[in-house]
Design a protein around this ligand. Sequence first.
Ligand SMILES: [Zn+2]
Length: 475
Amino acid sequence: MSAHGQPDGEAATPVTADTLIRHAWIVTMDEERRIYRDGALAIRGDRIVAVGPDADVAAHVDAAETIDGSRFVLTPGFVNCHVHITGEPLTRGYMPDDLDWRTNVMDWLIPTYLAQTPEEERLSAQFAALEMLSTGTTCFIEAGTILDLDAVHDGLAETGIRGRIGQWVQDRAFAPGEDQAAMTAEAIAKLEAQLERYPARDDALLSACASLVGHNTATDDLWIAASNLAKEHGASLTAHMSPDPADPEFYLETCGRRPVAHLDALGALGPHLSLTHMIFADLDEVALLAQSGTHVTHCPMTALKGAYGATHSGLFPEMAAAGVLLQLGTDGNNNGNSADMMRAMYVTAGLFKDSRRDVSLFSAYEVLEFATRNGAKAARLGHAIGALEPGRMADIVAHDRNRPEWTPLLNPINQLIWSADGRGVHSVWVGGRRVVDGYRHTLIDEERLLAQVEAAAPGLIQRAGKTVECRWPVL
Ligand SMILES: [Zn+2]
């Protein structure tokens, strides 16, 4: 087959399409990583039906609507593999940037999370979708709804974004008198109910993933059950792990093994599992992650802001060399603070070049793989998204080359990673639907949503028992 979905050497048969985008640069991320400098792409329904040189595609596509794409660089939509869409978007940046990991989580995040109402979670999820779509993320894996998955699902459904969502669970009894068996049973039942309520399907924009809080909060029984449920349902399983030495220390003390070795012994590793952070992994764990096909989600902006030690202690270059499937996440709006995957790609490309004084580490090309094809695999959608080619979902970002950072347009990959950011995203299609058009959302009333978020923040912060601190006088 040729790039545009026609048998090689045969006369092209006409293809009908809803939309044909002509004369664009197209970074396909297909098997051969082809880039077209005068390309065309056709969409029918929710899928791409043709991609290739403009002259070839235009000659055989009969489209209801033709768009002049000469202003665009098209890339696959980005996949953000770890983002907190509730809890933090309504309080972005209110936490000081000098909190250690434990203080950040225990004294700030958890009180904020628990103070939310279902209405706030719904609003928060919509606001997170607004930020992600605006900056070219078309699919995300949620880090974990805190309280009300139905409210989050309903809010997201109005935005047009693709996502894998789930209420996170934990079950380990820490306090005396807690009923361990009952806690485990409740957590497993919750996961199973979510996976049945929102089943994984390629054509479902929103479906459930199995989400564990992670760290030391899940018992072995919960790990085993969550892993089996994810596999049975074709869903991904996500958990936080080892952002801090406390996780390896806990596992070594209680199981005699490091976290990844312990998950391996439980049979929980595999392509269904994405572990987020993994800064304190050793080389044996790296080998186990690679052998098992387990994904690792690197959240570089969180590491920078929270002094996690990604470059000091992290083995991300070793993971990449060993074949671990790395992808990127932006984490929370108080842990990295931005959901712009283009910023995450930029930081990823630079961190290890500098810290190890090795320019060969994490090229722009490699980092784009993390944000597209690898992310798609982590979402269990490796066959359906992550590249622009016939048969895949039409999840497309049109970057606006009529901007300084895109001019002159010489090497689009270098420009995408090193020069541009999400503010240059002009249009976005998710499943063939144009959800951003000329910097404007087509489904979300942006002004109204921003006003709602502005109004909701002070009440949530007050109920969390916190105040907004600023070292300088705010008059
Ligand atoms: Zn997180």
